[in-house]
Design a protein. Structure first.
Length: 283
């Protein structure tokens, strides 16, 4: 089932052409929610993240867009009789009209769907994408800004027999990966690129950083990461709500341990009340 701006349809062919045309344009913002038993987790953080992105996108935000409204809309597309304990919800926002000189700012609408996502637990090999770079600027913190580049890097990884790929910015520093935020472990210090690097300011990244900061065993450090630091790290892992926590076993000739990554994964899973080994079903 899909939700077009508050109205649900069983299949795409049921959607009126007027709506199809509206949602055929490039989205202005894309967001992912995790639900447990149909309830959105980290709802407040997700809500404020969406509102901030829409304000920066220069659109009129409908008054009906409240925390409770998005919770209700997610419940509409989750069949409680068929749903697994966990779900991943995709929501994308679009302008209702093309901006003009006469009406530069217009209303927005959303499209929501329950996605098919696989959170796999195996460690993977990683490569580096260098053909194009992310601009180290505030606008890059929005998910939609560099999504085409992430997809291009993902194709590059698959073509070269890798499961994921790292992206760099115009200053030749590590920014993020095709599977989410990047974390390097050096002893009991965990380094991750700062927002100034151009990394997506995602709720999943914020929640994990906050969790590590409150854990006395590890210290999180947001700092620029040169490429050569990758081969000095003890461990590397990636994280996003779309892909879960991905442990890295190899980059170039360096082989990594994953002992601490597994510990963090277990503690963080317990904290959120979810399991990153679950496979999601599409409805």
């Amino acid at each position: 089932m899909i939700n077009f701006d508050g109205t649900c349809y069983q299949k795409l062919s049921d959607v009126p052409n007027k709506l199809i045309n509206r949602f055929s344009k490039l989205p202005i913002h894309t967001h992912h929610f995790i639900t447990i038993n149909t309830k959105l987790i980290q709802l407040e953080a997700n809500y404020f993240s969406i509102m901030a992105a829409l304000r920066r996108s220069r659109v009129i935000i409908p008054m009906k867009y409240t925390l409770e409204y998005f919770q209700d809309q997610a419940e509409l597309i989750i069949d409680e009789n068929k749903a697994a304990k966990y779900s991943l919800i995709l929501i994308q926002f679009f302008r209702n009209n093309i901006p003009t000189k006469q009406v530069p700012i217009c209303d927005c609408s959303f499209y929501m769907q329950n996605l098919k996502v696989d959170w796999k637990n195996e460690a993977i090999s990683l490569t580096l994408y260098k053909d194009h770079s992310i601009l180290a600027a505030v606008y890059s913190n929005l998910f939609q800004t560099n999504e085409p580049l992430r997809k291009l890097a993902e194709v590059y990884a698959f073509e070269n027999d890798f499961e994921a790929c790292l992206l760099i910015n115009n200053e030749k520093k590590i920014v993020e990966s095709t599977r989410g935020a990047v974390f390097l472990i050096f002893d009991y210090k965990i380094y991750t690129p700062p927002l100034s690097s151009g990394v997506v300011n995602s709720v999943s990244r914020e929640v994990l950083i906050d969790f590590i900061n409150k854990n006395n065993s590890y210290k999180i450090i947001e700092a620029d990461i040169p490429v050569f630091n990758l081969q000095r790290a003890d461990e590397i892992f990636l994280f996003s709500f779309q892909h879960g926590l991905t442990k890295i076993i190899k980059f170039r000739k360096k082989v990594y341990s994953s002992e601490k990554s597994k510990t963090i994964e277990g503690l963080f899973s317990d904290h959120l009340g979810i399991s990153f080994e679950m496979g999601f079903q599409e409805y």
